[in-house]
Design a protein around this ligand. Structure first.
Ligand code: SF4
Ligand code: SF4
Ligand code: FES
Length: 498
């Protein structure tokens, strides 16, 4: 028999201020889904909890709730024995207990005309559903992605959210539709999306919401020359001229290194724009970390921006050019592993390159790994030397793009090891999931608000140092700390690794 201790949110609209958590215990040998648990509590305690469900098979999208802070379908998600918290879906008004009012969502769908706009269309001679259109039609409007979206949750008035973008992308892909879907998406805050990709990870229907909806609409907007944030246009123009996504302020790191450009080796390094231009110290630390573990890393010359920032703002052709140039150079090194320390670069390589390289006849003959994988699993240097002082109480902030690479466990382990070797104390802090770093150029206000939340969480736990593994997070959190006049120090994992 297993014990399930459930803390369930109860709210009676007829009683002012009645919202509270009520604890229920179930003892059963059966495995429970959230819906089973709610049914069992209703039966055993005769409590009349209000919740929604219909199909019981993940098809109707009506049963979404929060389980331990994550949005899930109650008919699909398993409850583990022990303590669990069940709450109404985040971001919508509560009607009663676990029932939320979906009207705000329905209103937006009406206002964006989320239906086939076929006024005056001529039926295409051969109309077939492509893979992406078919996938987008699977959306059940369960709102799980909405509840998980940091941008939408922070300022719902500015960003309609991923479920709305899914509907717009669906009609944008339908050859019968006459609507200007990318224009509508822009008006609904398309560029406020932080590119965290959480929506793709949580969608119960397996829709790659970020790739198939957000990116498709951004690409549509870029191709039709609709206005996009100026910084993004500047970045793309800069790439066309310099092959980097950041302005150069002096020599690149690769131009400063003595042994850069050596041709062959088993391990190569992909520095990316941030370590080439703005975070050179961390770039040098990456090379030291690898050498301390017995590698002789090759640092090829001629590598360009990974293309991620270009692709994620809708500039697919430039991103493809970047992928082709980088793969050609790194294939020539003969390396079997390429190490990066930028979460965004790693994600671009692992998530986007396979698609970008389709039809080019090129494929990488190596694996791209985040440095945290090496730090967590590779050979270790001698213990004992303290590499940084004054790190104090340290917490690890997990970048969205490390999580999306499936490297979260290694990254946490690497951070714990690095913190220990820095003489600091590791503290587990429950941070908000996204710091907004990737939206800093398109929506600085949103980025600032999200960073402020991370800093506030660190302050609450009296953290001295936030360790993270993405230079975009480092920069945005450092801005957040400065604005909040906080003494919390922000460092890349490499800043305290040896
Ligand atoms: S995109 Fe997925 S998570 Fe979002 S509403 Fe549709 S089915 Fe639900
Ligand atoms: S990528 Fe992140 S911010 Fe963008 S729509 Fe998805 S969940 Fe929201
Ligand atoms: S009850 Fe229909 S999706 Fe869960």
């Amino acid at each position: 028999m297993s014990q399930y201790h459930l803390s369930i949110y109860r709210h009676d609209p007829s009683v002012e201020g009645s919202g509270r958590y009520v604890d229920y215990t179930l003892s059963t040998g059966a495995r429970l889904k959230v819906l089973d648990a709610l049914d069992a509590v209703s039966k055993e305690y005769d409590t009349g909890i209000a919740y929604r469900a219909s199909c019981l098979m993940g098809r109707c999208g009506s049963c979404a709730v929060m389980l331990n802070g994550k949005p899930v379908l109650a008919c699909q998600a398993q409850v583990e024995p022990g303590d669990s918290k069940i709450e109404p879906l985040r971001g919508y008004p509560v009607v009663r207990d676990l029932l939320v009012d979906r009207t705000p969502h329905e209103r937006i769908l009406t206002s964006v005309r989320a239906h086939l706009d076929a006024s005056g269309f001529a039926r295409p001679a051969a109309f077939t559903y492509g893979k992406d259109l078919y996938s987008l039609t699977l959306c059940t409007e369960c709102l799980v992605c909405q509840a998980s979206c940091p941008a939408r949750n922070e300022v719902p008035a500015d960003f309609a959210g991923p479920a709305v973008m899914t509907q717009l992308a669906r009609y944008a892909r339908d050859p019968r539709d006459q609507g200007s879907r990318p224009v509508t998406a822009l008006m609904e805050g398309l560029h406020s999306c932080t590119s965290c990709m959480t929506c793709s990870e949580v969608c119960p229907k397996g829709i790659d919401v970020f790739g198939q909806a957000i990116l498709a609409l951004r690409k549509g907007a870029a191709n039709t020359r609709l206005p996009s944030p100026k910084v993004q246009d500047d970045m793309t123009e800069m790439f066309r001229q310099t092959r980097l996504a950041l302005p150069k302020s002096g020599p690149l790191l690769v131009e400063e290194l003595d042994n850069a450009g050596c041709a062959h080796g088993d391990v190569a390094v992909f520095l990316g724009c941030m370590f080439q231009v703005r975070h050179k110290e961390d770039g040098r630390a990456l090379l030291d970390v690898l050498r301390n573990r017995g590698y002789s890393p090759v640092v090829p010359k001629g590598l360009v921006c990974c293309g991620g920032p270009l692709l994620w703002t809708g500039h697919e052709e430039e991103a493809r050019q970047a992928a082709v140039e980088n793969v050609k150079i790194l294939n020539e090194t003969g390396a079997s592993k390429v190490i990066t320390a930028c979460a965004g670069c790693g994600l671009a390589w692992n998530r986007e390159y396979p698609r970008l390289l389709e039809g080019t006849g090129l494929s990488p003959r190596f694996q791209v790994l985040d440095v945290s994988r090496v730090l967590a699993a590779g050979k270790r240097p001698e213990e004992g030397a303290v590499v940084a002082s004054g790190t104090g109480r340290c917490a690890y902030f997990l970048p969205c793009h490390i999580r999306s690479q499936g490297a979260a466990d290694d990254a946490r382990r690497a951070a714990e090891m690095a913190i220990a070797s820095s003489g600091g104390t590791y503290v587990a802090v429950e941070f908000p999931e996204c710091c907004g770093g990737m939206s800093a150029s398109a929506d600085p206000q949103l980025a600032s608000r999200l960073a402020a939340k991370v800093i506030a969480a660190a302050e609450r736990d009296a953290i001295d140092t936030i360790v993270t593994s993405c230079p975009f997070c480092v920069e945005n959190l450092a801005r957040g700390a400065r604005r909040a006049r906080s003494k919390v120090r922000i460092t890349h994992l490499l800043g305290i690794s040896k």
